[in-house]
Design a protein around this ligand. Sequence first.
Ligand code: SF4
Length: 450
Amino acid sequence: MDKKLLPFALQDVPRYTSYPTAVQFQPDFPGVTADQWLTRLSPEASLSVYVHIPFCRQLCWYCGCHTSVPNSYDRAARYVEHLIRDIERSAGLLNGRKGRVKHFHFGGGTPTYLDDMHIAEILAAVDKGFGLASGAEVALESDPRTLTRERARVLSGLGFNRISFGVQDFATPVQMKINRLQTYGLVASATEFLRAAGFKAVNFDLMYGLPAQTVESVARTARQAAELQPDRIAVFGYAHVPWFKKHQKMIDEAELPGVAERYHQAVTIEEELCGAGYAAIGLDHFALPHDELTIAAGNRALRRNFQGYTTDVADALLSFGASAIGEFPQGFVQSARDTLQWSGAIARGESPVTRGLSITEEDRMRAAIIERLMCDLSVDYAKIAARHGFGLEGFADVPDKLLPAIGAGLATLDGTRVAVVPRHRLFLRTVATVFDTHFVSVPNRHAKAV
Ligand code: SF4
């Protein structure tokens, strides 16, 4: 790793799956405001729906998601009852108008922790309340360790057509360190079950920066993953935050690769996947040439939201479940993370939203600049500012702020066009901070750039 890159790699930077980012959301945000935003949606508004299931069969030590392992299935069954109640309550606020849900994403946790009946009930409630558009992307996250041929058929029959598997690493020593044992053969079989059941798309998640990982082991995992031809592969760096995620204390910090090693692992995965025919998309996604993400990236129509890179262009994201984040034209809302607080509000017939943020016109303009940079690796900030009715007053410091990144060869500035050098895409978020007026560099607030 070039020494000039080291300070950038060590910087704590947001993921920019939204702007402003979730750390800016305000506590005690009124649930009635979230309800008003829902009520004010245009009848023609296209919708995207996210449902969060905060349960897993067992914890992976690296996990950064909002999840837990329930003592019994009853807890999950009660959760589903509240979830459906909240979906029905929200649908009621739309005054019976049916939106057009083009993207439905079932995340967690592990949504397939739920039995088929509960999954079917949730999907039916969303369809009844908001209307799934024909041809909608209906996606869920699943655990390949529990996916049988029969279950793949059932999920496909319910209407799911895209599935994501957490693969992370195929090396057994790594899997033992992270409490997630799943052989290559098991993932290959689960992938084959999905294809046979008619799923149109399969996604894998891979990770670098885990204990016992080496450049050689991640290269092997990337090659093995590519052999199975998932349509998309997302690659994330492990963020070690045991003060926030207690179970990460099971990972010995002394066994974690250092920043230079993490950088080499990330670059090696990229080289392997691109060598196997995948297109590099934005910061950390890879997709086969036929995939909608690759096509959207080629057309500069790629989007970025809480699920990462997407082709979703919905006017609003409705979210259901503890900790779930939604987005409206007026701003962001987030439900209570605590399941009891969340279910208590729903039982009282109230919104479970506890955090949120109203966004300003300037936020909207800066969000558009950051999104284009994160998606296209380049942006003309003057053009986007003008499109939003702004001049260049707020950008006088941009050339100075960019100087360190330009000096290190990460970025270029040509007039008002900023570009990140493609081989340095790992540092996209660092360059994006230049346009983020809320960003304050506070240690441990965000994950490291690499
Ligand atoms: S299965 Fe996924 S959500 Fe559950 S603990 Fe493992 S990484 Fe976290």
